[in-house]
Design a protein around this ligand. Structure first.
Ligand code: KMH
Ligand code: ZN
Length: 295
């Protein structure tokens, strides 16, 4: 396994400003209970309505976890397929299914998510403590998921919760080459209890270790690190992920009511920094997404 490199040209490449901003929305996640947060979109109808509103607000990629009729996290094959089709019919966003699921989902079941034929899938580059639980991603699982995504022409988004995950991404690319389409997009998910802290310093440390093959990167600050990480990412040439999977508080004392208000705030911040939201077509080109939309 080759080591992570920290050469100066690589650092410069990572922070070169880019013209627009890919805004991902992660509207639901697997951790928040519907009873605790009735505005969380957990039904298919709520999810589709959310997707449409978030696309209008500036999101061009949606990271989806589905819930069953009891609003519990689910990896049901029919439900995943129905969800992909419904969101594809109503929006032009890149559809990314979570392969992380919930911390309780078995690894074998998480691999079956690809059967729903999403445009993209998440691929977390290592295990991490996740609050009181463990989010398990052994290297052999990552490798199988990566190979299957390549075979099915699904573009992975490499989720990096910790600095060690940056090194594991290097190992994966060395072993199996580039993803379908040749682009390498990563998302630093910072601020999880057990992962890298949600600080600009930690984000910059991660950037410095990125493999040269990385073509775009985004960042997410979970909870209170939401805004500082968004600002640091925009200032450093990165893209954004926002949504109720990561953050339920809009401002002090003010819960998030709708995902699209988080997207709109991110879009306005991006515009302020002269990095307006990418269109869905621009995001599809950035990530080399296979065309699966029905004309
Ligand atoms: N729900 C977390 C345990 C992913 O979507 O791939 C994992 C997660 C990552 O949300
Ligand atoms: Zn997720």
């Amino acid at each position: 396994m080759s080591g992570v490199t920290y050469d100066a040209p690589q650092i410069m490449r990572a922070i070169i400003p880019v013209a627009g901003t890919l805004i991902t929305v992660a509207p639901t996640g697997a951790e928040t209970n519907k009873v605790d947060c009735p505005q969380l979109p957990t039904t298919l109808a709520e999810l589709v309505e959310t997707a449409v509103a978030c696309e209008t607000a500036g999101a061009s990629l949606i990271h989806i976890h589905v819930r069953d009729v009891d609003h519990r996290p689910s990896l049901d094959a029919a439900l995943l397929r129905e969800t992909v089709q419904a969101v594809r019919e109503r929006t032009s966003m890149v559809i990314q299914l979570s392969t992380g699921g919930s911390v309780h989902d078995p690894l074998e079941k998480r691999l079956t998510v690809l059967d729903a034929e999403p445009d993209s899938c998440s691929l977390t580059c290592g295990s991490t403590n996740f609050g009181d639980d463990v989010f398990l991603n052994p290297y052999a699982f990552m490798a199988r998921l990566y190979r299957q995504a390549q075979e099915r022409e699904i573009v992975p988004e490499f989720e990096l919760f910790d600095l060690g995950h940056v090194a594991a991404l290097r190992r994966l690319i060395d072993a199996y080459g580039l993803p379908f389409g040749g682009k390498v997009h990563v998302d630093f998910i910072t601020g999880v209890a057990g992962g890298m802290p949600g600080t600009p310093a930690a984000l910059l440390a991660g950037l410095q270790g990125l493999p040269a093959e990385v073509t775009s990167w985004a960042a997410t600050g979970v909870g209170r690190s939401h805004l500082p990480i968004a600002a640091a990412a925009l200032a450093s040439g990165g893209h954004l992920r926002v949504g109720m999977e990561d953050n339920l508080i809009y401002a002090k004392g003010r819960p998030v009511q709708r995902n699209d208000e988080l997207v709109l705030r991110a879009a306005n911040l991006a515009r302020l920094l002269q990095r307006p939201p990418l269109t869905t077509d621009e995001t599809r080109a950035l990530l080399s997404i296979k065309e699966r939309r029905i004309a």
